[in-house]
Each structure stands twice: as C-alpha cells, then as structure tokens.
Design a protein around this ligand. Structure first.
Ligand SMILES: [Zn+2]
Length: 329
C-alpha cells in the first residue's frame, strides 16, 4: 500500500494534472468469453457496432474449448473465429487471453477460479499453452491476460511477469501480498470498473473527477444480450441488454467531448511509461474512512494522476533483470 509520502505525491500529481492534463477521460471496453464454439453471429454484431462508432474493443478470447461429453479440445484460430481475425486485421480489436479452458479449478467461498490457488507449474502451463494457441491461431502477439471470473493470485502475477505479459485485466480486488514481501516484476493491472448496466453512472463519476484524468474500464459478456443464442440456465442472470441498447450507449458517450476511447493495452502502456492507474481502495487511508463515507468515494473509476500502480507489491516491468520491451509480432 502507498505510504504517507505517496499521499503527498498523489496530491502533487493531482494538482499538476489540474493544470497540465488535457482532462480527457479514458474509456476502454472488454468483451469476455468468445471461443471457438461461442455465439459468433452475436459477437460479429457487437464488433460491428464498436467499429461503427470507432471504439476499440478488447476481445478476451478463451484459447481452448472442450466439446461437451468429449475429451477433444478445439483451439481458437482464424479458421473457426474469422470475425476475430478480421477485427484484428482491421485494427478494430485487441486480443487478450482469457485463461486457458475457462475451467473451474478451485473455489474459495463464492469465488470460482482457474488460476487462484493453483500451483505455479500448472499456472505456467495453462498460461503458456493458452497464449501459444492464440498467437499461432491468429498470427499475432498477445500481451494481455484476463483471468476467468476475474480471479487470480500472487503466483499468477509472477507467472505473467516471467512470460512478459504487459497487462492483466481482472476485478478491483487485487491479491493480498505479505506486508514486507520483496516486490516482484509483473504486468500492470487494468481492472474493470463497471459493466454495461453501470456504464452511465461510471462516466458521470469520471466527469465529476475529471481533474484526476480518470479511466473507466467496462466489461461486457455475450450472455448479457437478449440476442444471445442460448437461453439462461436455471439460476443464471437474465439478459439486461440488447444490440439496440448497446448502440444507444455508444452514441451517448461518443457525444461527450471529454470522453476518449482507447484499448486496454494503450491504457496499460501509458501507465508503464510512467503514468499511473490507481483505484481509491489502493489508497493507504481508504480503510480508515468510516464505512458510511466510504460508500461515497468514487469506486467506478481509476485515477491516472496518482503515483502508484494498482497492484501492491508489483513494480510493473521496471525490474532491470527483466526484458521490459513489449513482444512484437
Ligand atoms: Zn469468462
């Protein structure tokens, strides 16, 4: 966690940002769960809307899909996901790795996970095999990782750091690090801050705090759409969105001059180049704020004017022993 001196730096950065920043709010989108056998016609329609409004989209693709009742795996590639290949070719989408098989390996309480609680050797195997499939399947370089159920642990960060991933995009809740643990080299965290349901309130919050150059990261899933191929199973959430509603939202924020869109990779690179991405829960004073006031703090945005990155104990990719240059195709 940041110390008191960093609060002073945070205030200074905020002050400087007040006078020097172009006051742009960064907005990023992440579509989770496309795979070789997912609903490609809906995904194609979503891609087309993002392209129509010139908004980058991070497609978090599951590398392997296991056909029900069979042991055979289908790897995601340009032949079975031509819409993803076309989006990449046109520069409309960025590709991130969404786990390996989206398998439920562990469950701690309510939290399902393919990575948290799994030993380092297995996490490494899943990470490397998944990335190899996506990179070979789409002839591209994958620099971003999205853990299924937004769940990961300290080991995942270490594994991704060794594999030279540039960013991890999950939930706000970062793994707990021992207080005096040696910082490790890892990717920058670009956590989601809202979904399509809460997008408007997140942007309104960002507008209220625009002096801190905030960023909003919105996640969407195909099964949130009424047009989704498969009806919800018993106990699953009902769809709350449709393509028309998505288009209305895209047109709405496109009309706000302070909002600019970018890919998650670009946001990560800005932070790695000396910027910052800080969530309010990462501030040292957060836990000292009484609960009733805490709820009023801005939880739907990331601050780009503070000095520290989001993950406590992680030093980005600045470790001199690691190769900090991005991997290229
Ligand atoms: Zn998922």
């Amino acid at each position: 966690m940041a110390g008191r001196s960093s609060l002073a730096r945070f205030a200074l950065h905020g002050l400087l940002a007040t006078f020097s920043s172009p006051l742009k709010i960064r907005l990023c989108f992440r579509l989770d769960d496309p795979h070789a056998c997912s609903d490609h016609s809906l995904e194609t329609a979503i891609f087309a809307l993002f392209a129509k409004y010139d908004v980058p989209l991070c497609a978090a693709v599951i590398p392997f899909y296991r056909i029900a009742g069979s042991e055979s795996l289908v790897g995601a590639c340009r032949d079975n996901m031509p819409h993803v290949a076309e989006g990449l070719r046109a520069g409309r989408i960025e590709l991130a790795q969404h786990g390996c098989l989206h398998l439920r390996a562990t469950t701690s309480g309510e939290q399902r996970s393919e990575f948290a609680g799994v030993d380092e050797a297995m996490q490494t195997k899943r990470t490397i095999e998944g990335r190899r499939q996506l990179e070979a399947g789409f002839s591209t370089v994958v620099n971003g990782f999205v853990p299924p159920w937004n769940s990961y642990d300290e080991t995942t960060t270490r594994v991704l750091g060794k594999a030279r991933f540039r960013f991890i995009s999950a939930g706000i809740k970062a793994p707990k690090y021992p207080r005096n643990a040696k910082p490790i080299s890892g990717p920058i965290a670009v956590p989601l801050t809202c979904n399509l349901k809460s997008l408007e309130s997140a942007i309104e919050q960002a507008l209220r705090f625009r002096r801190a150059s905030p960023a909003v990261v919105c996640v969407l899933h195909p099964d949130e759409f009424e047009e989704f191929r498969d009806p919800p199973a018993l106990g699953e959430q009902l769809p709350f969105m449709n393509l028309q509603g998505l288009e209305r939202k895209l047109a709405w924020f496109r009309s706000i001059p302070e909002v600019s869109t970018c890919s998650i990779g670009d946001l990560a690179e800005e932070a790695l180049a000396g910027g910052s991405l800080m969530h309010v829960t990462d501030a040292w004073w957060y836990c000292r704020v009484p609960q009733r006031f805490r709820q009023r703090l801005p939880h739907s945005i990331l601050f780009r004017s503070g000095p520290s990155s989001l993950l406590p104990g992680v030093i980005g990719l600045s470790d001199p022993s690691s190769d900090a240059t991005p991997r290229r195709a």
